[in-house]
Design a binder for this molecule. Structure first.
Ligand code: IMP
Length: 429
């Protein structure tokens, strides 16, 4: 079946952008299913670096893109992203937004996100992009979808430079009710939100997403659905409350696009060769004295926030859970070159919890916080592997590392990325 789903296997920031770019060339449609501007997908093509937050990475290859109903979309950031792509000579005429996607109000929800973060005893460490408030308003049914905005604006003459006088009264009234539900009384912020909604409206191509995608499925076209974040940031299966507000597992690909479960042909999981994390929750696999080495070598700073990432060893207990919950068929492993120079490389194979040995992540976050990692140690390879494209050219110690991961997870590794550039990659098997 020609629908492929790509998901992050652990804690996000795993290089999904590069892998999408590598595997999407035969796709006729690329789709994002959840999240919003909290994602940061970087793709490097020759001397160009593309940073995408809302738009699926496949758009760089000129493939039509759909932003699915499960997303919360900040129209201001989306339009800035589109402008940035245009300035890099990317065709943006085929970027479509499902009208059922929720609007992430650019000013209100970031403001509420920040207030909520500052008001917690232990902050979650959100991206402050308004993701939590946008989903909260969606689920409490105060939120505004693009369809509703369309009703307010479809017959309105919109000038290039929008002023307060151009905003329909009904829209202001509706925004006032959302502000009220969020306990925010700030007229000038409300006007800023209103102006942005009106100004960006003509630039956004709305479609009926489920129907749009169904046409592609009927034609048997290849479709790539690109997940954002990763399994252990999932609203239900992550380390609550240190999670994002959407479904980050492969099931989220159906929920957020309107495709059926049986339409999915294969599921590709992406993981780095080590781990990173940008939240404030427990992180037992954190690599202590090696964390700084991994951060500097791997340039582990958030693409969306610039925050330094916490760095750790690969956590096979987490990845095993991820293979199971996502029904992963094959694995792409990224940033393997970052581990070169380490004399010893560790992976978590088990945890000790209250005197017992377990090989999974306990669902109760307070148990997870108590877990003590048990490692398997590997000899490093001491030879630069950056840019290697042939599996047989890898040093034996790299192959031992990869074989161990494959065996532990009982899943084949099909792509190995050995550097940031598009062609620094091995297609294995
Ligand atoms: P939010 O999605 O901004 O609400 O953030 C909730 C948690 O998810 C925080 O720990 C964020 O750092 C994390 N998070 C959100 N998006 C990403 C991402 O794209 N990569 C990695 N972590 C993310």
């Amino acid at each position: 079946m020609p629908v492929k789903v790509l998901v992050g296997m652990a804690l996000g920031d795993c290089g999904k952008g590069k892998i999408t770019d590598l595997i999407c060339s035969d796709s006729e449609l690329v789709v994002r299913c959840q999240g919003g501007g909290n994602a940061g997908h970087t793709v490097i093509v020759e001397k160009y670096e593309f940073k995408l937050h809302h738009i699926p990475s496949g758009v760089i290859n000129g493939i039509p893109a759909l932003l699915g109903a499960g997303m919360v979309i900040n129209p201001k950031s989306l339009c800035e992203e589109i402008e940035e792509l245009k300035s890099q000579y990317i065709n943006t005429a085929h970027i479509f937004v499902d009208g059922s996607a929720h609007i992430n109000l650019p000013y209100l929800y970031s403001y509420v996100d920040t207030i909520q973060e500052n008001g917690r005893n232990t902050s979650i460490g959100t991206t402050k992009k308004g993701i939590g408030p946008a989903y909260s308003n969606k689920y409490s049914r105060y939120g505004m979808r693009f369809w509703e905005l369309d009703e307010f604006l479809k017959n309105v003459n919109i000038p290039d430079k929008v002023t307060e006088n151009d905003i329909p009264f009904g829209l202001i009234k509706r925004l006032s009710s959302i502000y009220e539900k969020n306990n925010v009384d700030n007229e000038s912020m409300l006007m800023q939100d209103a102006i942005v909604l009106v100004e960006t409206y003509p630039q956004i191509n709305l479609v009926d997403g489920k129907k749009f995608i169904r046409e592609y499925i009927k034609r048997n076209s290849n479709i790539l659905i690109e997940g954002a974040q990763g399994f252990y940031l999932d609203i239900d299966y992550g380390q609550y409350p240190f999670v994002t507000s959407s479904y980050t597992t492969s099931a989220g690909a159906c929920l957020g696009t309107g495709i059926g479960i049986k339409d999915i042909g294969s599921i590709i999981g992406v993981t780095k060769a080590y781990s990173t994390y940008v939240g404030n929750g427990a992180y037992p696999a954190e690599a202590g004295e090696y964390s700084d080495f991994l951060r500097e070598k791997g340039h582990e700073y958030g693409a969306t926030t610039g925050r330094p990432r916490r760095c750790g060893w690969l956590d096979l207990c987490m990845l095993k859970d991820s293979v199971e919950i996502n029904s992963i068929d094959e694995i792409a492993i990224t940033k393997l070159d970052v581990l070169t120079e380490l004399e010893k490389i560790k992976v978590v194979t088990k945890y000790e919890l209250n005197g017992e040995t377990i090989n999974y992540i306990p669902s109760n976050p307070s148990d997870y916080a108590k877990c003590k990692p048990i490692y398997q140690e590997f000899d490093g390879w001491g030879k630069d592997i950056k840019g290697i494209t042939n599996y047989n050219d890898l040093p034996d110690n790299v192959k031992k590392y990869l074989n161990f991961i494959e065996q532990y997870l009982d899943t084949k590794i099909t792509i190995v990325s050995t550097g940031p550039e598009r062609n620094s990659c091995i297609f294995k098997n």
